[in-house]
Design a protein around this ligand. Structure first.
Ligand code: UD1
Length: 358
């Protein structure tokens, strides 16, 4: 019967609880691991595909503590198309969420081929599976980096024109969306969604999983928490004379658990979609916060004094951007619930737990 795989049969099996495996590439990473938890909470069976090149195997222990059981783990490179093909042939997979990618902007400038190979080849490899199994819905991790520096209005909607990002990392996301567009053009029955993330921060409130940067962090929140934990002498705030509320850059910081929930909504939507689509959706809070506001909030919420200084602008930084989230609400019935206070509290509790700080 299953040889005649149609989206109707998949939907039927899903509704009867017989078909719930969701392949999560990069499932041991920061956003991936939080999404694994939310998928599980929603009744799906997340299957992690991760070769731990950019994540730590201890994440699986943290996930097991939250889920009460070890999740299924496929320790393979997403570029291993033959392995993926064999796995999907033997298992009933009702969705694929593709996180596995590198994300350090500076590193991508220094080593572009590493980024093009992993991010583009990885995407093409997993999309081959979608193309060969058109009943499987697919969710892609895109980024607000595709907007570049917004001209005029700082609140960007999905209709705001994209610009070609300056970093190879950013370009892999821009290109990723284009590759998915082109695939959809050739196979109109595919159900696809690109989620444009703004700035994910925070950690699971259990302190079992959180952000685990390898080496010195590039992103703001892990640098803040590591400085508060004594790993760095001080935080450097890159730039204090931008045309913003207080001279520092403005971003839309979203709690990673809210972001994870958005993936569940995205998958639910695609599973129930009657027609093919490539939907593009902003996933943010709709609010902008400056770097200084984040630092002040971290200090206030956690009752900690953070050592920081102002330094030169970071090359390539966007000055100010935040999401218009109307479409996420309309299409997915999703909006962020947690506040930036929740996020900085959870991030610090996570840092304390991994450093054994009381
Ligand atoms: C960048 C990408 C984004 C990507 C993310 C993943 C761009 C424009 N944005 O986000 O698409 O998803 O990386 O890593 O390419 N800051 C400091 N001191 C620090 C660290 C950061 O002041 O030590 C400031 C930055 O200058 C920036 C803000 O904090 O204003 C946020 O920076 P970061 O966390 O690195 O994220 P983005 O650069 O916004």
């Amino acid at each position: 019967m299953l040889f005649f795989h149609t989206s109707k049969i998949v939907e039927f099996l899903y509704l009867w609880g017989m078909l719930k495996k969701v392949l999560v590439t990069g499932g041991a990473g920061y956003i991936g691991s939080h999404t694994v938890v939310e998928l599980f909470n929603a009744g799906y069976e997340p299957v992690l595909l991760d070769d731990f090149r950019n994540s730590n195997e201890s994440v699986i222990d943290g996930l097991s503590n939250i889920l009460g059981d070890r999740p299924e783990l496929l320790k393979h490179d997403v570029c291993n198309t033959d392995y993926l093909r064999d796995y999907i042939r033997k298992h009933e997979v009702c969705g694929i969420i593709h996180f596995a990618a590198y994300k350090a902007v500076g590193e991508s400038v220094e080593n572009p081929l590493r980024y093009y190979q992993n991010n583009v080849e990885g995407l093409v490899s997993i999309l081959k599976m979608v193309s060969e199994n058109p009943e499987i819905p697919f969710v892609f991790s895109s980024s607000c980096t595709v907007y570049g520096e917004p001209q005029g209005q700082k609140e960007v909607s999905e209709k705001t024109p994209k610009t070609i990002p300056t970093s190879p990392y950013g370009f892999t996301k821009w290109l990723g969306e284009k590759i998915i567009d082109d695939l959809f053009f050739s196979q109109k029955k595919l159900r696809l969604m690109s989620l444009r993330y703004f700035n994910p921060i925070g950690a699971h409130s259990s302190t079992q999983i959180g952000e685990l940067p390898i080496g010195k962090p590039n992103n703001l929140l892990p640098f803040i928490t590591q400085t508060a934990a004594g790993l760095h002498e001080k935080l450097t705030i890159f730039g204090d004379s931008y045309p913003t509320i207080d001279g520092t850059c403005v971003r839309d910081y979203i709690h990673v658990v809210d972001l994870a929930e958005a993936h569940v909504k995205a998958l639910d939507y695609l599973i129930n979609a009657k027609d093919g689509c490539h939907e593009i959706v902003n996933i943010g809070t709709g609010n902008g916060s400056s770097v200084l506001q984040v630092v002040n909030t971290f200090e206030k919420v956690n009752d900690i004094k953070l050592n920081y200084e102002f330094g030169p602008n970071r090359p390539g930084d966007v000055i100010e951007i935040y999401a218009n989230v109307d479409y996420a609400k309309k299409l997915l019935g999703w909006s962020a619930k947690k506040t930036i206070n929740d996020a900085v509290k959870d991030a610090w509790n996570w840092e304390k737990s991994i450093r054994s700080i009381k």
